[in-house]
Design a protein around this ligand. Sequence first.
Ligand SMILES: C[S@@+](CC[C@H](N)C(=O)[O-])C[C@H]1O[C@@H](n2cnc3c(N)ncnc32)[C@H](O)[C@@H]1O
Length: 285
Amino acid sequence: MDQSPVSPELDNIEVELFVQALQRRHGYDFSQYAPASLKRRVRQLSDQLECKTISGLIERVMHEPQLLPRLLEGLTVPASDMFRDPVMFRALREQVLPVLASYPQINIWQAGCAHGQEVYSLAILLEEAGLYERTQIFATDLSERALQQAQEGIYPAREAQQWSRNYQASGGTRSLADYYSARYNLLKLDQRLRRNVTFARHNLVSDGVFCEAHLILCRNVLIYFSNLLQDHVLSQFRDSLVRGGFLCLGLRESLDYASSSADFSPFAGPLRIYRLASRSERKLA
Ligand SMILES: C[S@@+](CC[C@H](N)C(=O)[O-])C[C@H]1O[C@@H](n2cnc3c(N)ncnc32)[C@H](O)[C@@H]1O
């Protein structure tokens, strides 16, 4: 028997029930994700898992706990690139790292690290600036699957050309190929780049402040969140940064409407790099 087309109203109800099921069954709260993109991803998941309806997907959420990593991966879009938005990496290289160089120990939190491309890019920047030995990078993500891939550092070799161009545009003077070995159609990043990286699962929705960071990168994550959730996460970043620490967001993200915006000043304005004011500056504001 043919299914009748799903009305937008029914669709909304099913997505809402899906979100509730995921929260009550597994403790993951997606209720504050931006609704349009969340809906799209729930529908895609339902198709990929060959469920006739989202209600069918809900049944699987309830009764197939082994499906959870697959669900989280499908809902959270772990897409990334090395030296993505090279202009931002150039600003980190030329403007931010020289300031961080004055600290004896540098802590960096990279939240939403996906498959790790950004972490390895950062490690290369730090290595080239002679700062890596005194840096600790905490790379976190919600998705176990994404973290596993990030730790392996293996990617399709077809990415190499674009990533090489990105690296050069970020001010890199070597060859990106110095940092990976290629075999068949895969490339594997030099595992020495991971030596000061700690990968950990951390949920920005429900887990707390992470470390005393000098730099936090969280790019292309907040766009998936409602304004309320963005506000919560940005306050968490403020509380995790040392005074004078840097926050780096994606090019389509900003602090403009966040309640913590007064605590930061733009450091490289259009690039969405901000600096947490010192205690005395905050008193004056
Ligand atoms: C589009 S990727 C961004 C990757 C990288 N930062 C970049 O800009 O290329 C978004 C990442 O955010 C992660 N993410 C989504 N919701 C999250 C949450 N609540 N807590 C932690 N990470 C989350 C996803 O798993 C995904 O890996």
